[in-house]
Design a binder for this molecule. Structure first.
Ligand SMILES: Cc1cc2nc3c(=O)[nH]c(=O)nc-3n(C[C@H](O)[C@H](O)[C@H](O)COP(=O)(O)OP(=O)(O)OC[C@H]3O[C@@H](n4cnc5c(N)ncnc54)[C@H](O)[C@@H]3O)c2cc1C
Length: 409
């Protein structure tokens, strides 16, 4: 049971920033995402660079930057502030927000498990104003939810590590300057043998494979990454090298997601809110064609009113869970359970809301006359990446019931 007093209200200054971001999301992000959706693999550079400018001015969204701060002392380093912005920007275009320059999921991994020297070396570079990307590569064709199944190997060779394996579904993987790669150093140890390694673009043996063709978030790049005898310095092992740190590999992966899941949940809330607002606007403004014969628009149908209020309540519930998970991060409190709850709830809500909105507007909503069909396609991944809904619910249930997978017979 959570007993912390909760205060989610933005300061006046932050409210002004959110209003500014709303206008930016509406005018710069949403139109660009619709074009990018129709032209996959053509990155919306204008919107991405504009987002970068916002970030450089301290008005961007930084996931996973809460615990020790990013060192720049900017308000964006606060998890709660950050996810308020994530919702607003995703209301415009979550797919473009995922394409924003910055350390990304790889940066969150370094933040969660890197040594102070590694944070200095690998995260500071994102603060010099240049357009740079980071990525994280955990998922493989046979491993994702099940981290212990990772087959990419890391073998020590003197002062180097040799990486071999293929990763899939790495967000911003092709454009990243730095990728955090999860590999096994000892397969017999299962998930306790998993460690993370920092690989720079251009390292011999590291190449980009295919770019995925996706049903949704098509403005966001998703890449296959191939490592063939990829030799990296010994110091690029993320975290401490000593054997007692070994078990921290898996925990590091999980800690990464404690930082980022509140933001992912907020992004899902942003899409759901966009879909509901659009639907309400259409229902309120629709003309004769949709009238029911007794002079009233569909917006007056009680079944439809019920659907609208139910969606609104679901979105608010997901929003509050996301904000609580971020608030706990800012309080330096454990938030693993709350982050999973927020992610599980928001991932399901965004899919349900988008599908219901399409139903309410009828066949027209299946055409490109409305952005709803795009948002419906965009929504599904929020129930998949950074831990699927099923796996989140498993984690939550185990916490509530008081056991871990290791204790199962
Ligand atoms: C657009 C996109 C971007 C992504 N970005 C990244 C990224 O940047 N970096 C990265 O490393 N990965 C990324 N991923 C991968 C994503 O995180 C994984 O696909 C996801 O975690 C699921 O893992 P999996 O692919 O192994 O699926 P599986 O684990 O094979 O899941 C298949 C199905 O089985 C269910 N399932 C699995 N285990 C259980 C269980 N124990 N109990 C009940 N049900 C279970 C799952 O919920 C799912 O429904 C991305 C994926 C997509 C689609």
């Amino acid at each position: 049971m959570t007993t912390h007093a909760l205060d989610f209200d933005p300061t006046e200054k932050e409210a002004n920033i959110l209003a500014f971001l709303h206008t930016f999301a509406e005018n710069a992000m949403r139109p660009a995402s619709i074009i990018a959706d129709a032209h996959e693999h053509e990155r919306p550079q204008g919107a991405i660079e504009a987002l970068h400018q916002l970030q450089s001015g301290g008005m961007g969204y930084r996931s996973g930057s809460a615990v020790d701060g990013t060192g720049d002392g900017s308000p964006a380093a606060k998890a709660l502030t950050s996810i308020l912005r994530a919702e607003e920007l995703s209301w415009g275009a979550a797919s473009i927000l995922l394409s924003r320059p910055g350390p990304g999921l790889g940066g969150a991994a370094i933040q969660a498990s890197g040594t102070p020297a590694q944070k200095e070396q690998w995260l500071k570079r994102y603060e010099d104003g240049s357009v740079r990307f980071g990525a994280m590569a955990l998922t493989e064709s046979n491993a994702g939810s099940d981290v212990s199944a990772i087959e990419t190997t890391a073998v020590q060779d003197g002062d180097h590590w040799l990486l071999n394996g293929t990763k899939i579904f790495a967000t911003n993987g092709a454009c990243a300057d730095v990728v955090v790669v999860w590999a096994t150093v000892d397969k017999s140890k299962g998930k306790d043998g998993i460690r993370a390694f920092i690989v720079e673009k251009g390292t011999p043996g590291f190449s980009i494979g295919r770019l995925e063709h996706k049903m949704g978030i098509r403005a966001s790049e998703t890449a296959e990454l191939v490592f063939q005898d990829c030799r990296i310095p010994r110091a690029n092992l993320l975290g401490e090298e000593n054997p007692s740190a070994e078990k921290k590999g898996f925990k590091g992966a999980m800690a990464t997601f404690d930082l980022t899941r509140p933001g992912v949940a907020a992004m899902a809330v942003g899409i759901a809110r966009a879909a509901l607002e659009h639907t309400v606007q259409v229902l309120e403004s629709e003309s004769g064609g949709f009238h029911l014969g007794y002079g009233r628009s569909r917006a007056h149908l009680s079944a439809l009113q019920d659907a609208v209020q139910a969606m609104d309540a679901q979105i608010e519930a997901a929003r509050l869970l996301a904000r609580r998970a971020a608030y706990l991060l800012d309080q330096k409190q454990p938030n693993a359970l709350e982050a999973s709850m927020a992610k599980a709830k928001a991932g399901r809500v965004v899919v349900d809301v988008c599908a219901t909105c399409v139903e309410l507007l009828g066949p027209a909503a299946l055409t490109r006359a409305h952005p709803l069909e795009m948002w419906l396609r965009d929504s599904k991944v929020f129930d998949i990446f950074e831990g699927t809904g099923q796996v989140q619910r498993l984690v939550i249930a185990r916490r509530i019931l008081g056991y871990t997978s290791k204790e199962l017979p």
